[in-house]
Design a protein. Structure first.
Length: 338
């Protein structure tokens, strides 16, 4: 039996890591969760065990720590495993920031593997294993929701102002949500400006419902069309074979209905609800292009990679990263050095 620790700083991490928890338990391993930062421990299920704080996680002495984000505290024991929080890691021009914080990267696609493998060979302190993305296990195995009597339009936006359409689209969505033509489902990135979140929450009505990011999987399955911008969540929706209307996407392909002005939103959604053959073909071709691992079984491959590495007499050879690790100690209120 191995002791595994899930390091969570955002609510969306629960959907990413739960397939791995299921697989780990099936193999007889023990799992604990360290829930910090903006994540809510209230989202833990009754059968899920939390470490009380960083000191408790250290005492737990995990064999491996899994993080969907881009950092992991070095002072907690165990193999540090990066499992990624999204598919679109290069939208800000910094594809994968390898900062010497992980021992194993579980990648999603040949292109992502190709970004990291040369660095692994050059630096020598981490490995790369292509496994597919854990969240797709949750998404692809989630039961299909019930049919609705009117189209369900999901708005999902990223938080970076230069990449987000939430503010620009707000007046048009406010106008459209006054009509019963569609039902709007709104979820915004957990780091979205509180004022923007409040504006959308104030639109709540019979035609517009606001949801937290912990319900994203249900919303992805429920919606007929997504409205987004440069958020990586649009890729997840496309992998379900459903159309996306994007606002000023930086790299719009034929699989997106991209608009430049908010006034184009209504007609773009109407087109998405009745996609032509060309758009349908482009969406169908998108999945294999983004990741070949769409079988809902990535958790097994991640566990195989971790078990193999632990069995290989792995030793931690990562750089000290003194400044980053001191910062994490301060943020997690852990100051013991022995």
């Amino acid at each position: 039996m191995k002791r595994l620790l899930f390091y969570v700083e955002q609510d969306y991490s629960f959907d990413i890591l739960r397939p791995l928890q299921d697989e780990a338990r099936r193999r007889g391993h023990e799992v604990r969760w360290l829930v910090l930062g903006d994540a809510s421990a209230a989202l833990l299920r009754p059968d899920e065990v939390a470490a009380r704080n960083a000191a408790d996680a250290v005492r737990y002495a995990p064999h491996a720590l899994f993080a969907p984000g881009d950092r992991a505290p070095a002072f907690i024991p165990g193999l540090k495993v990066e499992v990624f929080h999204g598919l679109n890691e290069d939208k800000r021009g910094d594809p994968i920031p390898e900062r010497g914080l992980f021992d194993l990267y579980c990648t999603q696609s040949p292109s992502q593997t190709a970004m990291l493998q040369p660095l692994a060979q050059q630096r020598g302190y981490f490995r790369v294993q292509e496994t597919g993305w854990l969240k797709l296990d949750t998404l692809l195995n989630f039961p299909q929701g019930k049919m609705h009597n009117r189209p369900q339009i999901l708005l999902a936006s990223t938080f970076t102002p230069s990449l987000s359409g939430a503010e620009a689209l707000y007046p048009e969505i406010a106008r459209l949500s006054a009509s019963p033509e569609w039902r709007w489902l709104v979820t915004l990135h957990p780091k979205m400006a509180p004022a923007t979140v409040a504006r959308y929450q104030a639109l709540a009505s019979a035609n517009l419902l606001y949801f937290g990011t912990d319900q994203a999987i249900e919303l992805l399955r429920r919606a007929d069309v997504m409205v987004s911008d440069n958020s990586s969540i649009l890729q997840e929706f496309l992998l379900l074979g459903k159309p996306v209307v994007s606002y000023r996407n930086r790299n719009p392909g034929p699989f997106l209905i991209d608009i430049q002005e908010p006034e184009q939103l209504h007609d773009a959604i109407a087109r998405a609800l009745q996609p032509d053959a060309e758009l349908q073909r482009a969406i169908a071709a998108y999945g294999p292009a983004i990741t070949p691992w769409r079988d809902g079984a990535s958790a097994g491959r991640v566990m195989d990679a971790v078990e193999d590495m632990l069995a290989s007499n792995w030793q931690d050879k990562k750089p000290l990263n003194l400044l980053r690790n001191l910062k994490m100690r301060r943020q997690l209120h852990y100051y013991r050095f022995w």
